[in-house]
Ligand binder design. Sequence first.
Ligand SMILES: O=C(O)CCC(=O)C(=O)O
Ligand SMILES: [Fe+2]
Length: 305
Amino acid sequence: MLENLDLQLLKARNPAELQRLAQEVRNVGFLKITNTGLSAARVMEVIETYRRFFQQPEAVKHTVDMARTGSNRGWGGGQSEQVDPNANPDYKQVFDCGFELAPDHPVHARNLSVYAPNLWPDTPKGFREDIQLYFQEASGVAMEVLRAIAHVVGQDASAFDAAFDPPMALLRGNYYPQRPAWAGARDFGIAAHTDYGCLTLLATDGVPGLEVKRADGTWDAVTTQPGEFVINFGEMLEFWTAGQVKATEHRVVGSANERLSVPLFFNPSYDTNVAPPGSGEVITAGEHLTRRYDETYVHLQNQKA
Ligand SMILES: O=C(O)CCC(=O)C(=O)O
Ligand SMILES: [Fe+2]
C-alpha cells in the first residue's frame, strides 16, 4: 500500500506532510499524490484521447513510427522497447512526445536526440492539442512535487528550478492490450525496470497492473483511481541526492483487461551534473538519458549494433 500525500499541503510546506514525503522518498521510492488540481475527469479525458490513437489501424500508427527515426518521438509498437535485458521486449505500445521548445531555442543547434522534434499523427482529431495541454498541466504538478523534495533533501529549491530549464521531459501514453495468449515467463506489459530520470508522475485509468518491488524482493500491487497520481523516482535523482531518494524497480505483467497509463518522465536539462554533490564526479543528465534510451529502445539498440 502506497502512502497518499496531498499536494496542497506539500505546497504549503505543512511539516507533517513533508515528514511523510521524506519517509516515502527514502524508504519506498513510490507514493501517491492527490489534490493536484487535475481532476479525475481531466485525466480520463487524456486517457481516452490516447485510447483513440491506439485503437486506430496499425497503418495509421505507422505514419508516426519512431522506428524510422533516430530518436524516441511518436509511436512505438509492441516489442519496440526492452527495459530489462533479461526479459523479452515489452508487449505494450507507446506514444512518446517531448517537451516542445521554441524552434529558435539555442539547444536545437546541438542536434541532441533527447530534444528531437515531436511526431504528431493527423488523427484522432485534436490529439496534439489535448496531449500538449496535458503536458503543461502535468509538468506544473511534477515541478511542485520536485520543489517539495528539494526542501526535504536540503537542496536549494531555486537552484533545482534552474536545473529544469529547459527540462528533458517525455510524456508517454502506455497502451497494454490484454496479456497475449502466447506470453510466457519472460514477457511483460513492461518488464522490471527503474525509471532513468528524476521524477515520474503517472496517471492511470484505474485498471490494476502496476507492481512495485519491495525490499524483500516480492511485488506489491498498486491500486489507483483516476485523479490520483503515482509518483516515483528515477536513477538520476538517486545519484543526485547521494541515495537519499530511492529509484525503485517496478513492472506490469498484464491481465485480461486492457489498460492505459500516462507517465510524465520529468528530467533536468541536458548539461545538469546529477552526480552526488561534493563527489567530484560528473554525471551529465543528457548523457545518462541518451545511454539509457539507446539501451532500451529496440530501434536504437540496433542503430548502435
Ligand atoms: O503503466 C504503469 O503503471 C507503469 C509504466 C512504467 O513503469 C513506465 O512507463 O516507465
Ligand atoms: Fe517505469
